[in-house]
Ligand binder design. Structure first.
Ligand code: GLA
Length: 434
């Protein structure tokens, strides 16, 4: 397993896993050690994505129609749009502007290099990266670990057996984030061991390219659990985030099933390593306002990447109000890096709790049923010891209620989520909320 560091490690993190990493390193383990099916003892230690990546990806917004002008326009919007908080979208944390499938020519050049389609990207990926970097943002790019990308009817080349070469190309273009998909596997490449090897080869390619160029690239695995192969057991040692489900769509059944699948995976997540239940559909028609807020709330509660997937130019004020709710994004981005865990599920009335770095706990009351309902929990169930009072901040209503009761109940609309940030108040320092 190639390990490298071209910059100092930012700060201590993941003590639980670091001991495991030491043990693995001492044992001289290689990527092959992951192939047995045993859970990895270590996390990828590249110092990147210490909080879930935030930004934009074009796929849910425009599918295969990506272009340099669209990416630049989106970057401009993130850079300039001012939220009610007074911050720009960029200042509120949206950083990555990611190009998805369909950016390349259908053939490599005579040296086997990937080539951006000049009709779509006249300045190439590197010119686009320069522009995005000029705004203080970062650029992401899509590839595929198979022979062709997922948009296979177009025939864009995949990185299979070109991993090191393509990683070097991405680094030289100053790409900051790579989403690596899993379509069109060559014969025999769909097994667990072959899958892990393909992604490990790209991880190692990115490490070598970083050592050679200094370009650090967040590694986003998009294996999605294909072929019945779990991803959350091996991916933390290989990537910074990994898709845990099939593609999100703008319908409730799909969104709810993705939430169902991602909730139990909390133990795999932590700084530098995130479960990825796919990108945001906030702003796209097909989900109600309540359902869109549920996606945003539950993604934050599950410490998921927050990648906007709608056309920002022309987005409604409702859409921008959801995406720009900095009380919600603060829960997602909390430095402790815990994914919220489910503390109860009573026939689809679900409560999750996410510990935050200052001792607060984010509590999500999620109603996946077809009618409005009361959802209850207690201070001890969500993880508090005994406190004199609790300040319950409703991060959508932007209101705080202070209570000394330890039994809590809220009314949650069908498909809705009430999200609280609860602050414990010790006996000697009680104060009223506002
Ligand atoms: C797959 C991925 C999507 C998107 C498309 C592009 O379906 O899961 O997120 O990248 O490929 O073809």
């Amino acid at each position: 397993m190639t390990r490298f560091r071209t910059t100092p490690r930012p700060r201590a993190r993941r003590p639980r896993l670091r001991a495991g990493f030491a043990a693995l390193a001492l044992a001289g383990a290689t990527a092959g050690g992951l192939l047995s099916g045993a859970a990895p003892a270590s996390a990828l230690d590249n110092g990147l994505a210490l909080t879930p990546p935030m930004g934009f990806n074009d796929w849910n917004a425009i599918g295969c129609s990506v272009s340099e002008s669209f990416i630049k326009q989106t970057a401009d919007f993130i850079h300039t749009h001012v939220l009610p908080s007074g911050e720009t979208l960029q200042q509120s944390g949206y950083t990555y502007v990611n190009i998805d499938d369909c950016w390349a020519k259908t053939s490599r050049d005579s040296k086997g290099n990937l080539v951006p389609d000049p009709a779509k990207f006249p300045d190439g990926i590197s010119g686009t990266a320069d522009y995005v970097h000029g705004l203080g943002l970062k650029l992401g790019l899509y590839n595929d670990s198979g022979t062709k990308t997922c948009s296979s009817s177009h025939g864009f080349p995949g990185s299979f057996q070109h991993e090191a070469q393509d990683a070097m190309t991405f680094a030289k273009w100053h790409v900051d984030y790579l989403k690596d998909d899993n379509c069109n596997q060559a014969s025999g490449q769909g097994t667990r061991s072959a899958t892990i090897k393909r992604y490990t080869d790209m991880r190692d390619g990115l490490a070598a390219a970083r050592a050679a160029t200094g370009q650090a690239i967040v590694f986003s695995i998009c294996q999605k659990g294909d072929n019945g192969i779990n991803t959350e057991d091996w991916s933390p040692a290989v990537g910074n985030l990994w898709r845990t489900t099939g593609d999100v769509h703008t319908n409730w059944t799909r969104l709810d099933s993705i939430i169902d699948k991602n909730i139990p995976l909390a133990a795999s997540a932590g700084p530098g390593a995130w479960n990825d239940p796919d990108m945001l559909e906030v702003g796209n028609s097909g989900l109600s306002d309540t359902e869109q807020k549920t996606q945003f709330s539950m993604w934050a509660e599950m410490a998921a990447p927050l990648l906007i997937g709608t056309k920002l130019a022309g987005a409604s004020s409702e859409t921008l109000t959801i995406l720009g709710n900095t009380e919600v994004t603060a829960i997602d981005q909390d430095s402790l890096g815990k994914q919220g865990t489910q503390v109860s599920n009573s026939s689809g009335l679900r409560v999750l709790a996410k510990k935050l770095s200052n001792g607060d706990i984010a509590v999500a009351f999620f109603n996946e049923t077809g009618s409005s309902a009361s959802v209850s929990t207690t201070a001890s169930k969500v993880g508090f010891g005994s406190n004199a009072q609790y300040q319950q901040r409703d991060v959508w209503a932007h209101k705080t209620t202070t209570t000394s009761s330890t039994s809590w109940k809220v009314t949650v609309p069908s498909h809705g989520t009430v999200l609280w940030r609860v602050h414990p108040v010790a006996a000697s320092t009680t104060s009223s909320g506002s």
